[in-house]
Design a protein around this ligand. Structure first.
Ligand SMILES: Cc1cc2nc3c(=O)[nH]c(=O)nc-3n(C[C@H](O)[C@H](O)[C@H](O)COP(=O)(O)OP(=O)(O)OC[C@H]3O[C@@H](n4cnc5c(N)ncnc54)[C@H](O)[C@@H]3O)c2cc1C
Length: 447
């Protein structure tokens, strides 16, 4: 008997007969298993097939076809949604990786990228012109997926979040048309990414910046609680008297290094006993490639998050104690992105919320070995629960969607406070009333 899935595949093949330029990879093709790989190895599902459009028009034809044939699809760019949402069992995976052009405008004030471009390729291309744009901390992230859901990264205090740097987008809408996003659609894209359409092209701001001082400082971590508490007491004091320049990007990171668990960050060496310091002049592209060597390239597990206003004594006490018990698996780690300066400034042209100075804590259980996942998640969940018991005045109600486990925090909180969530629901009703993009992040209609 022919299954629904076989029927869908047969319909797809008929459609592709008229679109030979779109590459088709079926589950029986040798490259299928490598092409379906995403960052999170715990998500072991098989899409119905993979299609690799070459142009915006190919994507438009695919969306038109899928909607007309009631075939569910996901969009895959960098493949780094932490919860594996770009690969869904039996859904068609539309893989944008071949739409990877990068064009710097003549005035060198913006760059236009195809929907499948990744961070490292963009930074390398920009560095040829002595330019930079804000990106995430790792080179393999998709630039569209990173920037359109918020976009936290090393130079955001000075230049803003990813969403703040988006100037324009070309989108395939729910009718399967390629359109230039108007002001209201752009507002939705700046925070809700692909929920309203497939972003086949994005134009973002760029800045002249050749080399920076960048690297990693590792503190003596034998007494990790004291080191961590002392650092943050000193850092908080510097923040409060306004002496931390916006040009300084710090990512606090507790990780299992070859010589044991350590507290690491970029710069401010004077606030703790330093064991290793690799800070030197380099390009941001080189720095990001180096950071990529410190994390598993593919991982099992998940990531949880809590956003807090201050890394005060209460918080650092809880954290310091948790670091002492942190499992030693490669990939179990803890990271802090700090929103201040431009990244914390309100932006009414975006539905991204949480616009106030704060620390976004990442409780990372993305480990290299599957058998080490449970212990890592147990540790991170315990830490999260303890953090949530802190003074409620120190807790933000919303969290960052890209590191929030689906279902953990309601979307109304993530896109609140204010009217951003209502605005987003209104945009969804207007631009995707039939929920063609039902499997996109965020899944708005399942609320
Ligand atoms: C190891 C690791 C480190 C990370 N570090 C950071 C960081 O430093 N800062 C930060 O802010 N985030 C970070 N993230 C989160 C990451 O930025 C988001 O998960 C992002 O959405 C990944 O985009 P992608 O294209 O790589 O992933 P994908 O899995 O390909 O895409 C995720 C989803 O985004 C949507 N999407 C992606 N591209 C498009 C498009 N062109 N059109 C329409 N929809 C699209 C789709 O719904 C897709 O399912 C990190 C994630 C991982 C795994």
């Amino acid at each position: 008997m022919t299954s629904q899935l076989d029927n869908s595949r047969a319909t797809l093949r008929l459609f592709l007969n008229n679109h030979p330029e779109i590459k088709y990879v079926s589950p029986t093709d040798p490259e299928f298993s490598s092409l379906k790989i995403i960052y999170n190895q715990s998500v072991s599902v098989a899409p119905m097939a993979i299609v690799r459009p070459q142009t915006a028009n190919d994507v438009a034809a695919l969306v038109y076809f899928c909607v007309g044939s009631s075939i569910q699809f996901t969009i895959r760019s960098g493949g780094n949604n932490i919860y594996g949402l770009s690969c869904v069992q039996d859904a068609l995976m539309i893989d944008l990786r071949d739409i990877n052009y990068i064009e710097v405008d003549q005035t060198k004030s913006s760059v236009t990228v195809g929907g499948g471009v990744i961070v490292s390729n963009l930074l390398r291309e920009l560095s040829k012109d002595g330019l930079v744009t804000p990106t995430g901390a790792l080179g393999f992230l998709g630039i569209v997926g990173w920037s359109t859901y918020g976009g936290y990264g090393p130079i955001m205090s000075r230049y803003g979040l990813g969403v703040d740097n988006i100037l324009a987008a070309k989108v395939v809408n729910a009718k399967g048309e390629v359109v230039v996003a108007n002001k209201e659609l752009l507002k939705g894209i700046r925070g809700a990414g692909g929920a309203l359409g497939v972003i086949v092209e994005l134009t973002v701001k760029v800045y002249p910046l050749g080399q920076v001082l960048a690297g990693m400082i590792i503190f003596d971590s034998q007494d990790i609680t004291s080191t961590y508490k002392n650092f943050n007491a000193g850092y908080q004091a510097l923040l409060e008297d306004g002496s931390v320049p916006l040009e300084l990007g710090i990512y606090q990171f507790i990780m299992n290094a070859p010589h044991g668990r350590v507290f690491a960050l970029a710069l401010i060496a004077a606030l703790g006993p330093v064991m290793m310091n690799t800070v030197e002049p380099k390009t941001i592209a080189d720095h990001i490639d180096f950071i990529g060597t410190q994390v598993p390239q593919r991982a099992y597990g998940t990531c949880q998050t809590v956003s807090i206003r201050k890394l005060n004594e209460d918080a650092t006490e809880i954290l310091g104690r948790a670091f002492e018990k942190m499992p030693s698996s490669f990939g179990t780690s803890f990271g802090v992105h700090e929103l201040r300066g431009l990244s914390a400034a309100p932006n009414s042209d975006s539905v991204f919320s949480s616009r106030e100075p704060h620390f976004m804590l990442e409780l990372i259980s993305l480990v290299a070995k599957e058998e080490e996942v449970n212990e890592s998640i147990e540790w991170a969940t315990g830490l999260k629960n303890e953090l949530l018991q802190m003074d409620p005045k120190n807790l933000l109600s919303g969290t960052y969607i890209s590191v929030t486990q689906p279902g953990d925090v309601p979307l109304s909180k993530i896109y609140g406070p204010g009217s951003n969530f209502e605005a987003l629901l209104g945009l969804k009703r207007r631009y995707d009333p039939q929920n063609a993009f039902s499997l996109a992040v965020p899944r708005l209609v399942e609320q």
